[in-house]
Design a protein around this ligand. Structure first.
Ligand SMILES: [Zn+2]
Length: 283
């Protein structure tokens, strides 16, 4: 039985994927954030290059973004702000492995397969946040990428929102939906301070997001704003930014602890909970 299913899923080809991507778009002319599960390389005939070809075919004439995040640039001081979701001394080992951000620095494994093929497209532009950079492709790539700054890591997502864009999940679930971090910031959820190596120095990064592991809990709430095509055990989903933002802002207004993960050892979600309960002790 499993073998049959895997044969079916191995038959996802360019045409099928293109039709699925077209079917889940809400704004057929507008921009999109494309989030591709790393497993797509195995599920689609022709691998990740086919995924890119289908995205390019469907997004022709429109601008699209995809994350190119690079956590290997991050460094930690021995002492830092309290309530910051980190045990500083425990992170000192990471400093030795850290590397400076540069435009060709490979993205984290979660984003690397799609980023690696997409970045070779003519006109592809990578924004310059040392940890939370995006790759932008299309006629407005420059506007989308330059909307980001160190102080405003979610600028490209704000740009997408203002342009009436969509979020498209290709085999991915909402734990990869980084646009939810933008809504968290809008809702005033606690953010963090991090540090990264860039331009021969250590750069402080305010407004750093927390944990995404609990984001899949948004799925049922977002169902009315979700178009989905099943491809074997796999799905392609599309959501309009505007409706997604509305629904999630209502959720976070009702329940400021929504979408946090269930891992009792998660320092980030713990810090957010403490902040909701007690406010900022350092303020
Ligand atoms: Zn967490």
């Amino acid at each position: 039985m499993e073998r049959t299913l895997s044969l079916v899923s191995a038959q996802i080809g360019f045409r099928t994927l293109t039709l699925a991507l077209e079917a889940v778009r809400w704004n057929p002319e507008g921009p999109a954030l494309i989030l591709v599960a790393p497993e797509a390389a195995n599920e689609v005939r022709g691998g990740i290059a086919t995924v890119l070809g289908a995205v390019q075919a469907v997004m022709r004439g429109a601008t699209w973004l995809t994350p190119a995040f690079t956590s290997r640039t991050m460094v930690y001081p021995r002492v830092g702000p309290p309530d910051n979701g980190v045990v500083y001394l425990a992170m000192q080992g990471a400093n030795a492995r850290a590397t400076f951000f540069h435009p060709d620095l490979p993205a984290d494994p979660e984003w690397e397969p799609f980023w690696e093929v997409a970045r070779r497209l003519p006109g592809a532009r990578r924004s310059e946040h040392p940890v939370l950079s995006f790759l932008a492709v299309g006629p407005q790539a420059e506007a989308a990428a330059s909307a980001q700054s160190i102080l405003d890591p979610w600028g490209p997502i704000r740009w997408l929102h203002a342009e009436g864009g969509d979020v498209i999940l290709v085999g991915a679930d909402h734990t990869m939906n980084v646009a939810i971090h933008y809504v968290e910031a809008m809702a005033g959820r606690k953010t963090f301070v991090r540090w990264a190596l860039m331009d021969r120095r250590v750069v402080e990064l305010p407004g750093f997001p927390g944990c995404r592991r609990g984001f899949e809990a948004a799925g049922p709430l977002l169902e009315p704003a979700t178009r989905r095509v099943h491809l074997g055990e796999w799905a392609v989903q599309g959501l309009p930014m505007e409706r997604m933002v509305q629904l999630l802002l209502e959720l976070l207004g009702r329940d400021p602890m929504a979408l946090l993960c269930g891992d009792p050892l998660c320092l980030l979600c713990h810090a957010v909970r403490q902040h909701v309960l007690y406010g900022s002790r350092s303020a």
